[in-house]
Design a protein around this ligand. Structure first.
Ligand code: MBD
Ligand code: FE
Length: 250
């Protein structure tokens, strides 16, 4: 993997691309100093993961998806927590949140050969109704709106939660300030995160978005692809989020 020719080819092309942009816009030394100060600030404030999520992570995810085959992957984002509990019918939530619009996460996990993946683990996590993440932001117990679902013998999963909302990425930090300075917003459409693992299989990371939802066409992280937008479907007042996954071998 770390062969010299490849490293040289990739890094040289990146540098050439940046240089071409600098020449194209006659970037001045004052602007160069602002950029350098920005990078140092982003490192110091641990904002580099978010910066990479916004600008480049999605590109690598697309490449990886193309190389692996199977369902298209998404960004993992910064808010996955490893030790969520196994859930069988409903994600844990605050009592006062139970009146929000319910959603049902369901679907089927198969291998590339079409056979069901039984006992695969699907970690799901999503925002609270006020657009925060449990265990990350203040005031929400860490296990809320998170859980590990285990697929049945037919590879199926089926679990209830409430609808997430659009999420504004932290914009008081350097990355948010950069987006603002560019005249861009820092919102993501409402989304559900999935991380699927099964022995011998590639760990698949995905997100689902809601057709017609705010920012679906204008995600600040540019992660949305057509395959991940779930069509509007409501059964007895419950928004159905039906997503099947095809997982390649590791
Ligand atoms: C999120 O919730 C998210 O999913 C991504 C990709 C980036 C920042 C916050
Ligand atoms: Fe998220």
């Amino acid at each position: 993997m770390a062969d010299e020719a490849r490293i040289n080819a990739v890094v040289s092309d990146i540098v050439d691309g940046v240089r071409a942009a600098l020449f194209k816009h006659d970037v001045t030394f004052d602007e160069y100093r602002v950029a350098l100060a920005f990078l140092l600030d982003a490192f110091e404030k641990n904002d580099v993961p978010l910066l990479m999520d916004v600008f480049f992570n999605t590109t690598i995810v697309k490449i990886e998806g193309k190389l692996m085959g199977g369902s298209k992957p998404s960004l993992e984002g910064p808010y996955y927590l490893e030790n969520a509990a196994v859930v069988t019918d409903r994600l844990p939530m605050r009592d006062e949140d139970q009146h929000h619009t319910a959603m049902q996460l369901r679907g089927r996990v198969t291998g590339m050969d079409g056979r069901p993946l039984a006992r695969a683990t699907i970690d799901v996590w999503h925002s609270t109704p006020e657009g925060r993440y449990s265990g990350i932001h203040d005031g929400i117990p860490p296990h809320y709106y998170r859980g590990k679902i285990v697929t049945d013998a037919d590879g199926r999963y089926n679990v209830r939660s409430i609808m997430p909302v659009p999420y504004q990425i932290p914009n008081e930090g350097p990355t948010g300030a950069l987006l603002t300075a560019m005249g861009r917003h820092s919102w993501r459409p409402a989304h559900v995160h999935y991380k699927i693992s099964a022995p011998g299989m590639h760990t698949h990371i995905s997100q689902a978005y809601f057709e017609g939802g705010a920012y679906v066409e204008d995600d600040c992280c540019e992660d949305v692809c057509e395959e991940h937008v779930v069509a509007e479907k409501v059964e007895d007042g419950v928004r159905i989020v039906e997503v099947d996954f095809v997982i390649p071998k590791a």
